[in-house]
Design a protein around this ligand. Structure first.
Ligand code: KG4
Ligand code: ZN
Length: 394
């Protein structure tokens, strides 16, 4: 490998369009003291040079959830301008006469990492086709990336975490679409120890928040309100908590919240006693302390299950480090409870998490996973051989 490698990362699998440029630099002997960790056998420094994220949240919030067709169209509208900013194409306006952006740009790179799946097929196809076009124009190889592996790499982008990056690492991957316990034995070598059988944890946050009338995506809103509430106020179920498997299930919790708001009908068509007289229909009109208490109770139920299963997996796998990644890892209670429980169950094992701003979907994490495959197994594909894989698994 040359002394420096630059990689472009493209992510469009759901409702964020994102492009990043990161570089990996081999550190010379004199510079070793300020390095960020021993990776792949040599000392390297990884830097995020450019990173742009165009979120579509305000657009989908109007509909209460992601509308795939709108997501895809919005990626189309955003992707070229983000590539333009990242690769410095706009600089060529200074040229006289302006050159085509398809001519080599101002900024060079070595390969393009792009999300190949899983996700919304129409959405990530936009990033995939854009990546293929850039690969063709620049004559650079593509590195197809599993979006979930990208989330794992989001924790590796933190310099302090790279120092603790010793295999095996246990990951709790909690996002809007996935909830998985993954054991990483090496770069590219994964064992899924458990996963959700129905809704993902983020989906449960979002769906219960929607029942409470909170905006999309509900997770951050619910967790903010929960900070002022009593987590013991409502007795909500902890699905599969005592199940011996490491699988999860969150759809029952959503139903329990719905039943708390609108009790199921009694025989003869009468309804049960409604705990909230102000509620009309499914969208709760609850507010104030009662709303905060219900948010805190929902959050506590989700966090309890996630923490207990992670501890169970850690005791079984005896990892050297544990990481929590994905959008839900932004939740402060989840991280503090995980830390507390792991301190007791596996003392000395550190909890790693992504940097602020890299919890949810982003291009830097895709570029990070791209670096792994560039160095470890040279997973290069020419542009004409790459296709989408919506159901890709780890
Ligand atoms: O990783 P991500 O961007 O999307 C997928 O790949 O699916 O995660 C988005 C999810 C959403 O469900 C959102 O509600 C949740 O992460 N989320 C949170 C918080 N911030 C984001 N859930 C709970 N608490 C938070 N603070
Ligand atoms: Zn994601």
């Amino acid at each position: 490998m040359s002394k420096e490698v630059k990689i472009l990362g493209i992510e469009t699998s759901c409702d964020e369009t994102s492009v990043a440029l990161i570089n990996l630099q081999r550190i010379t002997h004199n510079e070793k003291r300020k390095t960020s960790g021993k990776v792949l056998g040599t000392r390297y420094e990884v830097r995020i040079k450019k990173h742009y994220i165009a979120t579509q949240i305000p657009i989908h919030a109007r509909y209460g959830g992601v509308v795939p067709e709108i997501a895809a169209r919005t990626h189309v509208a955003e992707i070229v301008s983000l590539l333009d900013k990242t690769l410095g194409w706009n600089k060529r306006e200074e040229d006289n006469p302006p050159r085509s952006p398809l001519v080599r740009g101002a900024i060079e790179f070595d390969a393009i990492a792009v999300t190949q799946g899983p996700g919304l097929a129409t959405a990530f196809r936009v990033g995939l086709e854009a990546a293929k076009t850039v690969a063709w124009a620049y004559d650079k190889p593509l590195i197809p990336i599993n979006h979930l592996e990208g989330h794992l790499a989001s924790a590796w982008l933190v310099p302090a975490n790279r120092k603790l990056w010793k295999f095996p690492i246990l990951f709790l991957l909690v996002s809007g679409g996935h909830t998985e316990l993954v054991l990483m034995r090496d770069f590219g070598k994964y064992q899924v120890m458990g996963r959700t059988r129905d809704d993902a944890a983020g989906e449960c946050f979002d769906k219960t928040a929607k029942l409470l009338g909170l905006p999309y995506p509900g997770g951050p809103y619910l967790s903010k309100l929960a900070a002022k509430g009593n987590p013991k106020a409502f007795d909500l179920p902890r699905p599969m908590l005592h199940d011996p498997s490491l699988d999860f299930s969150f759809s029952g919790l959503k139903t329990a919240v719905r039943n708390t708001l609108t009790p199921p009908p009694l025989p003869h068509g009468r309804r049960g006693a409604n705990p909230f007289p102000c509620i009309v229909g499914e969208r709760a009109g609850i507010e104030g302390q009662l709303l905060a208490d219900l948010c805190a109770s929902i959050q506590a139920a989700i966090v309890d299950v996630l923490v207990s299963k992670t501890v169970k997996a850690a005791i079984k796998a005896k990892p050297k480090a544990i990481a929590v990644v994905g959008g839900v890892s932004a939740n402060p209670l989840l991280k503090s409870e995980l830390r507390r429980a792991l301190r007791r169950a596996c003392p000395g094992v550190k909890l790693l998490a992504p940097a602020k701003g890299l919890y949810t979907d982003n291009g830097a994490m895709i570029a990070g996973a791209g670096l792994w495959h560039m160095i470890k197994d040279k997973r290069f594909k020419p542009w004409y051989k790459l296709d989408a894989e919506p159901d890709l698994d780890l």
